[in-house]
Design a protein around this ligand. Structure first.
Ligand SMILES: Cc1cc2nc3c(=O)[nH]c(=O)nc-3n(C[C@H](O)[C@H](O)[C@H](O)COP(=O)(O)O)c2cc1C
Length: 192
């Protein structure tokens, strides 16, 4: 039994899995170039089928014209708390290349995003995934070619105070739980 970050589990998993979560309260402080590149470097070491490494990351730093464009792609909900993010990232994956379809481009890129998130956790930095944004506009406005799929966005920033968030967002600051193992694993065949 392990209890950490308001979460508990019956197995001796590494602390980082319980520590990583997705707060929205950010301080507005910038993260350094070194810190940002450290996050991308962790992502780079994810495994991928045939080591294709289909992940790509397009980013914008707060205070720039690019950031204004990136934040305008987000849903109204996400725009509120992302105003204090240090960096916004759009994650894309390469669907095909060299005459091959990359069947695992999305799962490989998911592994890369999780690497980034776990590295951020280790550095006490928030990396909060988002699907609440305009995927079509992201594709056109960020000049993304057709052989790439827009996967998700990530807000990266330093931890802030819960009072900086509007009241309706504060409950989400408590780390949430997971389905039990019994609901997600099957021995031999799927049971529906
Ligand atoms: C691909 C993806 C998309 C998400 N989209 C949003 C989003 O648009 N807005 C938001 O506030 N949180 C978003 N989240 C955060 C999830 O709600 C959160 O990861 C989930 O509730 C599990 O909580 P935890 O990350 O704190 O463990 C997203 C997370 C992922 C991985």
């Amino acid at each position: 039994m392990k209890i950490l970050n308001n979460r508990n589990t019956n197995y001796p998993i590494d602390d980082v899995f319980l520590k990583r979560y997705s707060p929205r309260a950010m301080s507005g402080e910038t993260i350094s170039e070194e810190e940002l590149m450290t996050l991308f470097d962790a992502a780079r070491w994810a495994p991928s089928a045939f080591n294709i490494q289909p992940w790509r990351f397009i980013y914008a730093e707060n205070g720039t014209e690019d950031f204004k464009k990136f934040i305008s792609l987000l849903s109204d909900w996400n725009q509120v708390w992302c105003a204090k993010a240090s960096v916004l990232i759009i994650v894309i994956s390469k669907i095909r290349g060299d005459g091959h379809e990359y069947n695992t481009h999305s799962s490989d890129t998911g592994a890369a995003w999780e690497n980034l998130a776990l590295q951020a956790t280790d550095m006490d930095i928030i990396a909060h995934g988002m699907s609440g944004f305009d995927y079509e506009r992201a594709k056109t406005e960020l000049n993304i070619p057709d052989e790439y799929k827009v996967e998700m966005a990530i807000a990266v920033g330093k931890h802030g105070k819960i009072e900086d968030l509007p009241e309706n967002m504060r409950a989400g600051e408590t780390p949430n739980d997971r389905k039990p193992l019994s609901e997600i694993i099957f021995k031999g065949k799927f049971v529906g």
